[in-house]
Every structure is written in structure tokens, then in C-alpha cells.
Design a binder for this molecule. Structure first.
Ligand code: FPP
Length: 229
């Protein structure tokens, strides 16, 4: 969800106004994806590198997340959405952690769309975390090192409960992954748009999905194999 700051600057506003507009855009996209019966939507709200921003912006974002979760939770729950937070959550304190736990617990038994919110998330950190969990199982004798498979790694990541992502979309014009979902994106189709996040809407998402639908996903096979399979 890149481009909140530039969206605000273009309008002569503070960056915080861009983040507020970003929350509004997120709400629209979550509703749109739920209507489309998307299985899982994962949004990158705060990276492990974002702590380097000015303290004022970081604390504004934390407040904004608390408020957004609090005000949206009942509606998300009524719509059968399962909320999960992925990232190193222990870095957060008090208010935000309480909201995170409350939202996760309240919606844990829902059966509709997964809404995964990545906060203090880093793809490499996720893999380090999974490696530690696997190593602990090997150490305790629960797991044999030789029997570790890709599935073992996936099931120890923070997205163990979700299917692999079909489509990655980055707004705001940059064409890089920025340490996002590194393990999970192995066969994901990538889409980049110059649109700044606050301007990204269902109509543009539909266009990107339409383009995605026309792509042939070969997963290492030849085009002929895919067509005949
Ligand atoms: C990127 O814009 C966005 C962020 C750093 C995170 C903030 C995201 C939101 C407020 C969306 C709401 C999310 C939830 C889960 C409630 P940027 O500041 O990097 O923009 P720039 O590249 O133009 O400076």
C-alpha cells in the first residue's frame, strides 16, 4: 500500500492526511475483495524498516491502526472475515497489542475471507522465525532433519493457514518486493501500478484481476503442457 505520503504532499497536506486517506482506501479494497469472494487478502501496513521513520509519524500510524481496528472490527466480524496479524508482534506495546489480540480472537472461528495485516513484518524475519521453530522441533526429537520439506517450512510461517498468493499488487510506482512475503511469492503473478494507494479502488483492482486472468501460469511447465493438462 505505497504512496500515502506522496498523495498528501501533492495536495499540500501533512503525510498523516495521506495515511488517513490510506485507511479509507483499505476499507474499500477489503469490501471489494470480500464481495469477489477472494480467499485471502494480505496487506502490508508496516514493515520492520518503517521504525526508521520520524517518531511522530510512527506514533501517528500506531494510533491510526488502533482506531481503524476498533472501528472496523464489528463490521469485519459480521462479514465472517478472519483477521490475522503477521509480523513480529512482540515489538508492539499495550494498546495496539490488545487490539490485535482482541481482533484475532474475536474472528478466529469465522470461515470467510482471511484478512492478513502485516505489521512489523519482514519476509526474511518470517523465515528466520520459521527456521527457529523447525530447529526446536528437530532438537526435541519431534522432527527428523532429513524429512524437512517445503511443506514443513510453509507450515511454520505466519501464513500457514492460507493458500499461496495468486497475485501481488504494489501501488505507488516502485517495482520491488521490499522484503514482502519472500517465501510465499515464489509463483505469484506480479502487478505494479503508479496509482498512489489512497487513489487505488475496486475499479482498478478489477482491471488488474482481468489482466491476471489472461496470463498463462506455467509453474515451470511448457505452454503446451499447461494447455493439455
Ligand atoms: C505507505 O505510504 C503506507 C504505509 C507506510 C502504511 C500505512 C498504511 C495505511 C495507513 C493503510 C491502512 C492500513 C490498515 C491495516 C488500517 P508511504 O508513507 O510509504 O508513502 P510514500 O512512499 O508516498 O511516502
Amino acid at each position: 500500500m505505497d504512496g500515502n505520503g506522496r498523495w498528501a504532499q501533492q495536495r499540500g497536506k501533512q503525510r498523516s492526511a495521506g495515511h488517513q486517506a490510506g485507511v479509507k482506501a483499505t476499507r474499500g479494497i477489503v469490501e471489494h475483495c470480500a464481495r469477489l469472494r477472494i480467499n485471502a487478502l494480505t496487506v502490508y501496513a508496516f514493515s520492520s524498516e518503517n521504525w526508521q521513520r520520524p517518531e511522530k509519524e510512527v506514533s501517528f500510524l500506531m494510533e491510526l491502526f488502533v482506531k481503524a481496528i476498533r472501528s472496523e472490527l464489528n463490521k469485519l466480524h459480521e462479514n465472517n472475515i478472519r483477521i490475522q496479524f503477521i509480523g513480529e508482534l512482540s515489538r508492539f506495546s499495550g494498546g495496539l497489542l490488545d487490539e490485535i489480540n482482541a481482533a484475532t480472537e474475536k474472528t478466529a472461528h469465522n470461515t470467510g475471507m482471511f484478512l492478513n495485516i502485516a505489521v512489523n513484518y519482514g519476509g526474511r524475519a518470517e523465515l528466520v522465525n520459521a527456521t527457529r521453530a523447525i530447529a526446536a522441533k528437530v532438537e526435541s526429537g519431534e522432527l527428523d532433519a532429513a524429512s524437512i520439506t517445503e511443506e514443513t517450512v510453509t507450515s511454520n510461517t505466519w501464513l500457514a493457514a492460507c493458500p499461496e498468493p495468486d497475485l501481488f499488487i504494489r501501488t505507488g510506482g516502485e517495482q520491488r518486493l521490499s522484503n514482502y512475503l519472500l517465501w510465499h511469492l515464489a509463483y505469484t503473478e506480479l502487478a505494479f501500478t503508479d496509482t498512489l494507494w489512497p487513489d487505488f479502488d475496486g475499479e482498478e483492482l478489477d482491471k488488474i484481476i482481468e489482466n491476471f486472468s489472461s496470463r498463462q501460469r506455467r509453474f515451470g511447465q511448457t505452454g503446451e503442457q499447461v494447455q493439455s493438462g
